[in-house]
Design a protein around this ligand. Structure first.
Ligand code: ZN
Length: 282
């Protein structure tokens, strides 16, 4: 089985790859290592012809607390990550480097995962915060446990929501504004009512339910599954979603620039949780 520093790669059956974020003591906060581990794990699952469905899960107790605000640009061995996207500027200083970096590790990589050639299911328990939402939203289906909570508190940090801005598409514009304006946490039941979540199941049943769902999908022809995913994604694209995401990303960068002028940091320090030692350098 492939091994990664921050991600477990499991195969509960030959047709299902289960990719598990594995930094439980950090609530599975997504640092750069995890971003690239996830990407590598997704690549393996996509390239394995036996795998029909990919599950994205988080080691208990929480799915994801979002981007690791303490994360730098080095991997756990201390080496710089190469830019995999090829759009350049990743190492530049100031707005140039920040734009390039966030474009790669948040925007383009999430777009890539959203368009993976096989059906994906997010298995969400506990907290799913900010960047955690991006991970769940990138998947085709979301199954949540009854104790799951969803929240994007990024406005509190002086920024207009997370980088992959699909809130209006996932929730409808009015509820999206409420989620963002208030930074409230919403229950799995509320997310289900709004159509953001496919199923809500008891916490103890979550993994088994997702596996059963994955196997039912895996029984269908692979190419038809791929084309069905393409058809739905293209329908969403035809609504202008990609353009809307890119517009919001530009405004997100404007927020970072504003905060830098105002506070000397790219996020409003008043919104940084006490548990985070120093503001993000990203
Ligand atoms: Zn940002």
């Amino acid at each position: 089985m492939p091994e990664f520093g921050t991600v477990r790669y499991e195969m509960p059956s030959p047709q299902v790859a289960r990719i598990v974020m594995n930094r439980p003591t950090a609530r599975n906060a997504q640092n750069l290592q995890m971003t690239y581990d996830l990407n590598a794990a997704f690549d393996i699952a996509v390239q394995d012809d036996a795998v029909k469905v990919i599950v994205l899960a988080g080691a208990d107790p929480h799915f994801s607390s979002g981007h690791d605000l303490r994360a730098g640009s080095k991997n756990e061995a201390g080496a710089d990550f190469p830019s995999i996207g090829g759009w350049g500027g990743f190492r530049e200083k100031g707005a140039h480097g920040r734009f390039a970096r966030e474009q790669e590790i948040y925007l383009q990589i999430t777009r890539r995962w959203r368009n993976l050639a096989k059906p994906t299911i997010a298995e969400v328990q506990g907290k799913c915060i900010a960047g955690g939402l991006m991970l769940a939203w990138a998947c085709d289906l979301i199954v949540a446990s009854d104790d799951a909570e969803f929240c994007d508190p990024v406005v509190t940090l002086g920024v207009c929501g997370v980088e992959w801005f699909v809130h209006p598409f996932e929730l409808g514009p009015r509820k999206a504004k409420e989620l963002l304006f208030t930074a409230d946490s919403w229950s799995a039941q509320e997310a289900h009512r709004l159509g953001m979540v496919n199923h809500v199941v008891p916490r103890t049943d979550l993994t088994r339910f997702v596996q059963d769902l994955a196997l039912r999908i895996a029984a269908k022809p692979a190419f038809a599954l791929k084309m069905t995913k393409e058809a739905v994604n293209r329908a969403v694209d035809a609504t202008g979603q990609q353009t809307a995401i890119d517009q919001a990303f530009a405004l997100h960068q404007l927020c970072h620039a504003h905060n830098l002028q105002q506070f000397g940091t790219i996020i409003d320090p008043a919104g940084i949780p006490a548990t985070v030692r120093k503001p993000a350098a990203e």
